[in-house]
Design a protein around this ligand. Structure first.
Ligand code: PLP
Length: 424
């Protein structure tokens, strides 16, 4: 923190010097809204509307069934995967965009366990984190339950409470280490290379969930010699609500990637309509069934924005934004019961900042009513996501001004702000 107070003029100065400032105009951002929830649902690239119109009215409306070939629909999961690859340190031909993160986790976890079982059948433990995103744990539980009820195989989950417990958990009984690279609650970021090396040393393979990393922080899957990864495209990649997720498998494991959702889209010759499943030799084997083309098409508009910059430049701005937010909250909101839950050390920080507040849920609702949109996560966590593609330093200033007012007046503590909807 600087000794001199930070002013609005300082923030405007940072915007004036920001090499990424020009990208903001490519997004549809409603007047009067400061959108700090790009970590949950990214904002809409203006190009998405045109792309959606084309895919519906032309490719579907006019092209009809011909569009599978003429509009490139059939190849879309792989082609988008190649575009996404460079954002996560992957090679062309290693990534597909398809299905949901949850579904892809199921495929990857099953394939990883299967391969481990061939090599070291005694390894029956999956290590993960207690505060991992719940779907990662639920999918793992579902898979374990299925293997137990149908295959009589006893797998178990070992949950750690934070990175300090990792090494002790990586015993010689561990098959898979399943971690989310950037934690959704705290924004803590693991070092993929370092953790993967420790897991490999212990004989485990790694599954990385990149939901809060892809498009948010630099990721180097191949540089870190990771094994498997999944992630979504509707957060920092701005692919649109419920847009298909991605799945990455290290090339050295691609041929042994044998997944249980062996639908016809993963077949070597889907239109030969053969009776027996025979997986495709390349990345198509990660697919299951017919793809959500309209949704996939919009993922491309999100990815195209990233072609105009690189992850290093985005990282610099992201850290400048999150640091500014932390400094301003410390400067303006000292004295309120706000507890920072995000690493101050930039080496371990993703692109979000979280604070616990006893009335966290209501404070977030009060912020939303004032046009500042973060989100709320149990327990008590107010989560502020900073998307360097479209957030300005001035936005950071203005959001802290509103937060301070809400805390100072106590306006958040009204019954209407305590009402819960289905989605927080
Ligand atoms: C958002 C998120 C998911 C979401 O999974 P879906 O299948 O898209 O609902 C999974 N894992 C993590 C870590 C997430 O942040």
């Amino acid at each position: 923190m600087t000794s001199k107070s930070i002013t609005l003029a300082d923030c405007r100065e940072m915007d004036a010097r920001d090499p990424l400032a020009r990208l903001r105009e490519q997004f549809e951002l409603p007047e009067g809204v400061i959108y700090l929830d790009g970590n949950s649902l990214g904002a809409m690239p203006k190009a998405s509307l045109k792309r959606a119109q084309d895919v519906i009215s032309q490719e579907w409306g006019v092209g009809l069934i011909r569009s599978w070939n003429t509009a490139g629909w059939f190849d879309l999961p792989r082609r988008l995967g190649d575009k996404l690859a460079r954002l996560v340190g992957a090679k062309a031909g290693e990534v597909v965009v398809t299905d949901t993160t949850s579904t892809n986790l199921f495929k990857v976890m099953a394939a990883a366990l299967r391969l481990q079982k061939e090599e070291s059948p005694e390894r029956r433990v999956i290590v993960s984190e207690r505060n991992n995103f719940p779907t990662d744990l639920y999918i793992t539980q579902g898979l374990i339950d299925m293997l137990k009820s149908l295959g009589n195989a006893d797998y178990e989950v070992r949950l750690i409470d934070g990175p300090a417990e990792l090494d002790a958990a990586l015993g010689d009984d561990v098959a898979v280490l399943l971690l989310t690279h950037v934690n959704y609650q705290t924004g803590f970021m693991y070092d993929i290379g370092d953790v993967t090396a420790r897991a490999h040393e212990a004989g485990a393979v790694t599954v990385w969930d990149l939901c809060h990393s892809a498009g948010a922080v630099p990721v180097d899957l191949n540089g870190g010699n990771a094994d498997y990864a999944v992630g979504c495209t509707y957060k920092y990649l701005n692919g649109g609500p419920g847009a298909p997720a991605f799945l990455w498998v290290n090339q050295r494991l691609q041929e042994s990637f044998w997944q249980p959702l062996s639908g016809w889209w993963g077949h070597a010759r889907p239109f030969a309509m053969e009776t027996e499943y025979d997986p495709h030799a390349g990345v198509r084997r990660y697919l299951c069934g017919t793809q959500a083309i309209a949704s996939l098409a919009m993922v491309e508009s999100g990815l195209d924005t990233f072609e105009q910059t690189d992850m290093q430049q985005l990282r610099e701005k992201s850290l400048a934004l999150t640091s500014l937010f932390m400094d301003l909250v410390a400067q303006e909101c000292a004295g309120f019961p706000l507890k920072l839950n995000t690493p101050v050390d930039t080496k371990y920080r993703g692109s979000q900042v979280g604070y616990e507040h006893p009335g966290g849920f209501a404070v977030v609702q009060a912020l939303i009513e004032r046009g500042v949109i973060p989100d709320y996560r149990e327990p008590r966590i107010m989560r502020f996501g900073f998307t360097p593609l479209y957030i300005r330093f001035e936005d950071v200033w203005n959001s802290v001004v509103v937060l301070k007012e809400i805390l100072q007046t106590g306006s958040w503590d009204q019954p209407k702000f305590h009402q819960r909807s289905a989605v927080t």
